[in-house]
Ligand binder design. Structure first.
Ligand code: URA
Length: 243
């Protein structure tokens, strides 16, 4: 059994918020009866009509994209910029799982599965995201400790992070740092470095959990295979059960 607004949103016809509006406006019928109650439970075999058109449950799809620079991670943009969803030819309404900045490149998941998105982006589920950051300057040991233990951004301390210094360029005074975090706060990596006085010149997400960019050039994408999807669910359940 599933809440009616969720059933409609999962069918891909509209968002959950819009589905709620449709329900309260009396535009939704379940098994021949108008239902205006939010949260009404429908079963797998219920016939649901929206504006008298039958809707079907949609198959779930999961993509891994190697996001290029200069593409926005939203499904709408007032400024007419290119969106990540423009890069994937898929007739279902898919959306990104979390965000990467306009100028950040690398691994991004996209799906039509709202529940999966919520689980993957919830910080309590601790899905590792591995970034490679090129920064101006060379981290001193106390900065490395601060980044590892958490720094305060937007009034809240970040969770523990893993830091590896991959390369130091003493001539140009830049470094390449691998940073692993499991939160997804707004501009988190850039803000973590900037609190310590470093600018991030380039940022790439190399990996989400065990999913890396092997075989994907910039702008390329692929479907996750069933094994990868169930492995992600195993990870998510392990975290849930260890709490
Ligand atoms: N942290 C950032 O600062 N930017 C991103 O795009 C992702 C993580």
């Amino acid at each position: 059994m599933e809440r009616l607004q969720k059933f409609i949103a999962n069918s891909g016809v509209t968002s959950r918020r819009k589905a709620e509006e449709l329900i309260t406006e009396g535009k939704v019928k379940v098994d021949g009866k108008v239902i205006t109650e939010l949260g009404y439970k429908v079963g797998n075999n219920s016939e649901v009509l929206v504006n008298d058109i039958k809707i079907n449950k949609e198959d779930k799809v999961y993509y891994l994209l190697n996001k290029p620079r200069g593409v926005i991670t939203t499904t709408k943009d007032d400024k007419g910029r290119k969106k990540v969803t423009d890069l994937i030819s898929e007739s279902k309404r898919i959306y990104p799982v979390g965000r990467l900045d306009y100028d950040t490149t690398g691994a991004l998941l996209l799906t039509n599965d709202g529940e999966f998105t919520n689980m993957m982006t919830h910080p309590k589920n601790e899905i590792d995201k591995v970034y490679i950051a090129k920064i101006n300057g060379i981290l001193i040991p106390s900065d490395i400790m601060s980044l590892k233990n958490g720094v305060v951004i937007d009034g809240k301390k970040t969770s523990k992070a893993k830091i590896k210094v991959k390369k130091i360029d003493k001539i140009n005074h830049t470094s390449i740092i691998e940073i692993t975090i499991h939160e997804g706060r707004n501009h988190q990596v850039k803000k973590m470095f900037s609190t310590l006085g470093y600018d991030v010149i380039k940022l790439k997400r190399e990996r989400i959990a065990f999913l890396d960019l092997k075989g994907l050039n910039s702008g390329e994408y692929r479907l996750l295979n069933p094994k990868e999807i169930s492995k992600l669910y195993v990870l998510l359940n392990e975290k849930k059960n260890s709490k």
